[in-house]
Design a protein around this ligand. Structure first.
Ligand SMILES: O=c1ccn([C@H]2C[C@H](O)[C@@H](COP(=O)(O)OP(=O)(O)OP(=O)(O)O)O2)c(=O)[nH]1
Ligand SMILES: [Mg+2]
Length: 156
Protein backbone atom coordinates (compact mmCIF):
# COMPACT_ATOMS: atom_id res chain seq x y z
CA UNK A 1 0.00 0.00 0.00
CA UNK A 2 1.31 3.44 -0.87
CA UNK A 3 1.87 5.74 2.08
CA UNK A 4 -0.57 8.63 1.64
CA UNK A 5 1.34 11.74 0.61
CA UNK A 6 0.08 13.68 3.63
CA UNK A 7 1.58 11.12 6.06
CA UNK A 8 5.05 11.52 4.58
CA UNK A 9 7.57 13.94 6.01
CA UNK A 10 8.88 16.36 3.38
CA UNK A 11 12.52 16.11 2.37
CA UNK A 12 13.94 19.18 0.77
CA UNK A 13 16.99 18.88 -1.44
CA UNK A 14 19.36 21.08 -3.42
CA UNK A 15 20.55 20.03 -6.84
CA UNK A 16 24.24 20.74 -7.44
CA UNK A 17 25.50 21.85 -10.86
CA UNK A 18 27.07 18.47 -11.65
CA UNK A 19 23.71 16.82 -10.88
CA UNK A 20 21.94 18.92 -13.53
CA UNK A 21 20.38 16.10 -15.58
CA UNK A 22 20.35 13.40 -12.90
CA UNK A 23 16.89 11.98 -12.09
CA UNK A 24 15.63 12.71 -8.59
CA UNK A 25 16.07 9.83 -6.13
CA UNK A 26 13.04 7.60 -6.56
CA UNK A 27 11.03 4.91 -4.80
CA UNK A 28 10.93 2.30 -7.56
CA UNK A 29 7.81 0.55 -6.21
CA UNK A 30 4.88 1.67 -4.06
CA UNK A 31 6.20 -0.08 -0.96
CA UNK A 32 9.93 0.52 -1.42
CA UNK A 33 11.76 1.40 1.80
CA UNK A 34 14.58 3.21 0.03
CA UNK A 35 14.91 5.76 -2.74
CA UNK A 36 17.47 4.80 -5.34
CA UNK A 37 20.38 7.21 -5.69
CA UNK A 38 22.14 7.78 -8.99
CA UNK A 39 25.78 8.33 -9.78
CA UNK A 40 26.56 11.93 -10.73
CA UNK A 41 29.96 11.10 -12.20
CA UNK A 42 30.92 13.12 -15.28
CA UNK A 43 29.54 11.61 -18.49
CA UNK A 44 32.95 11.66 -20.17
CA UNK A 45 34.72 10.31 -17.11
CA UNK A 46 33.33 6.83 -16.48
CA UNK A 47 34.59 5.58 -13.15
CA UNK A 48 36.06 2.09 -13.16
CA UNK A 49 36.21 0.26 -9.85
CA UNK A 50 38.76 -2.53 -9.95
CA UNK A 51 38.42 -5.55 -7.63
CA UNK A 52 39.28 -4.60 -4.05
CA UNK A 53 39.12 -0.85 -4.74
CA UNK A 54 36.75 1.74 -3.28
CA UNK A 55 35.44 5.07 -4.54
CA UNK A 56 33.38 7.96 -3.22
CA UNK A 57 30.63 8.47 -5.78
CA UNK A 58 28.81 11.83 -5.95
CA UNK A 59 24.98 11.87 -6.09
CA UNK A 60 24.61 15.51 -7.17
CA UNK A 61 22.30 16.41 -4.26
CA UNK A 62 22.35 17.97 -0.81
CA UNK A 63 19.48 16.66 1.33
CA UNK A 64 18.06 18.60 4.24
CA UNK A 65 17.05 15.71 6.48
CA UNK A 66 14.33 16.86 8.91
CA UNK A 67 15.38 17.16 12.54
CA UNK A 68 14.65 13.88 14.37
CA UNK A 69 15.48 11.80 11.28
CA UNK A 70 18.57 10.37 9.59
CA UNK A 71 19.15 8.92 6.17
CA UNK A 72 20.85 5.57 5.75
CA UNK A 73 22.78 4.80 2.59
CA UNK A 74 22.46 1.12 1.84
CA UNK A 75 23.69 -1.16 -0.95
CA UNK A 76 21.46 -2.44 -3.74
CA UNK A 77 21.23 -6.21 -3.46
CA UNK A 78 21.29 -6.70 -7.24
CA UNK A 79 24.65 -4.96 -7.60
CA UNK A 80 25.98 -6.92 -4.64
CA UNK A 81 24.75 -10.27 -5.97
CA UNK A 82 25.69 -9.78 -9.62
CA UNK A 83 28.90 -7.77 -9.30
CA UNK A 84 30.08 -7.80 -5.67
CA UNK A 85 29.46 -4.04 -5.44
CA UNK A 86 28.43 -2.84 -2.00
CA UNK A 87 28.72 0.16 0.31
CA UNK A 88 31.87 -0.12 2.38
CA UNK A 89 30.41 1.75 5.37
CA UNK A 90 26.92 0.30 5.19
CA UNK A 91 24.65 1.68 6.37
CA UNK A 92 26.17 5.10 5.72
CA UNK A 93 24.76 7.69 8.09
CA UNK A 94 23.52 11.05 6.84
CA UNK A 95 23.04 13.36 9.81
CA UNK A 96 20.15 15.83 9.85
CA UNK A 97 22.61 18.70 10.24
CA UNK A 98 24.78 17.68 7.24
CA UNK A 99 24.65 20.22 4.44
CA UNK A 100 27.22 18.71 2.08
CA UNK A 101 26.62 16.56 -0.96
CA UNK A 102 25.57 13.01 -0.17
CA UNK A 103 28.21 10.64 -1.51
CA UNK A 104 28.19 6.86 -1.73
CA UNK A 105 31.26 4.90 -0.68
CA UNK A 106 31.26 1.91 -3.01
CA UNK A 107 33.67 -1.01 -2.86
CA UNK A 108 34.18 -3.76 -5.40
CA UNK A 109 34.27 -7.14 -3.64
CA UNK A 110 33.82 -8.94 -6.96
CA UNK A 111 36.53 -10.24 -9.25
CA UNK A 112 35.98 -8.02 -12.30
CA UNK A 113 36.26 -4.32 -13.07
CA UNK A 114 32.95 -2.47 -12.54
CA UNK A 115 32.08 0.60 -14.62
CA UNK A 116 30.07 3.28 -12.81
CA UNK A 117 28.23 5.28 -15.44
CA UNK A 118 26.44 8.59 -15.04
CA UNK A 119 22.83 8.09 -13.92
CA UNK A 120 23.39 4.48 -12.79
CA UNK A 121 21.41 3.57 -9.65
CA UNK A 122 24.20 2.75 -7.24
CA UNK A 123 22.64 2.64 -3.76
CA UNK A 124 19.45 3.38 -1.87
CA UNK A 125 18.61 5.89 0.82
CA UNK A 126 16.26 5.07 3.69
CA UNK A 127 15.00 7.94 5.85
CA UNK A 128 14.40 6.79 9.43
CA UNK A 129 13.57 8.31 12.80
CA UNK A 130 16.41 8.81 15.26
CA UNK A 131 16.35 8.76 19.04
CA UNK A 132 18.95 10.79 20.86
CA UNK A 133 19.38 9.82 24.51
CA UNK A 134 20.58 11.51 27.65
CA UNK A 135 23.31 9.50 29.41
CA UNK A 136 23.28 8.83 33.11
CA UNK A 137 26.19 7.00 34.80
CA UNK A 138 25.52 4.22 37.37
CA UNK A 139 27.84 2.03 39.46
CA UNK A 140 26.02 -1.26 38.64
CA UNK A 141 23.97 -2.47 35.69
CA UNK A 142 20.50 -3.91 36.39
CA UNK A 143 20.30 -7.74 36.69
CA UNK A 144 18.89 -9.81 33.81
CA UNK A 145 18.56 -13.50 32.92
CA UNK A 146 21.15 -13.06 30.13
CA UNK A 147 23.61 -11.25 32.31
CA UNK A 148 27.00 -10.98 30.60
CA UNK A 149 26.36 -13.87 28.17
CA UNK A 150 26.64 -13.00 24.49
CA UNK A 151 28.34 -13.94 21.24
CA UNK A 152 26.57 -17.30 20.94
CA UNK A 153 25.97 -17.95 24.65
CA UNK A 154 22.45 -19.24 23.88
CA UNK A 155 23.77 -21.93 21.54
CA UNK A 156 23.17 -22.45 17.81
O1 LIG B 1 27.87 7.17 3.18
C1 LIG B 1 27.97 8.32 3.63
C2 LIG B 1 28.25 8.58 4.98
C3 LIG B 1 28.37 9.89 5.41
N1 LIG B 1 28.20 10.93 4.54
C4 LIG B 1 28.26 12.32 5.02
C5 LIG B 1 26.96 12.69 5.74
C6 LIG B 1 27.28 12.54 7.18
O2 LIG B 1 26.46 13.37 7.98
C7 LIG B 1 28.75 12.92 7.22
C8 LIG B 1 29.52 12.32 8.35
O3 LIG B 1 29.39 10.92 8.31
P1 LIG B 1 29.90 10.02 9.54
O4 LIG B 1 29.49 10.61 10.83
O5 LIG B 1 29.51 8.63 9.24
O6 LIG B 1 31.49 10.10 9.33
P2 LIG B 1 32.64 10.52 10.33
O7 LIG B 1 33.84 9.79 9.88
O8 LIG B 1 32.21 10.35 11.76
O9 LIG B 1 32.82 12.05 9.94
P3 LIG B 1 32.45 13.35 10.80
O10 LIG B 1 33.60 13.55 11.71
O11 LIG B 1 32.31 14.42 9.76
O12 LIG B 1 31.15 13.09 11.53
O13 LIG B 1 29.30 12.44 5.97
C9 LIG B 1 27.90 10.69 3.20
O14 LIG B 1 27.70 11.60 2.40
N2 LIG B 1 27.80 9.39 2.79
MG1 LIG C 1 30.51 11.34 12.59
Amino acid sequence: MTLAAQTRPTLSLVRLPHGADIDLPSYETAGAAGMDLRAAVAADETMVLSPGRRALVPTGFIFEIPSGYEAQIRPRSGLAFKHGITCLNTPGTIDSDYRGEVKVLLVNLGDEDFRIERGMRIAQMVVAPVTQVTLTEASLAGQTQRGTGGFGSTGV
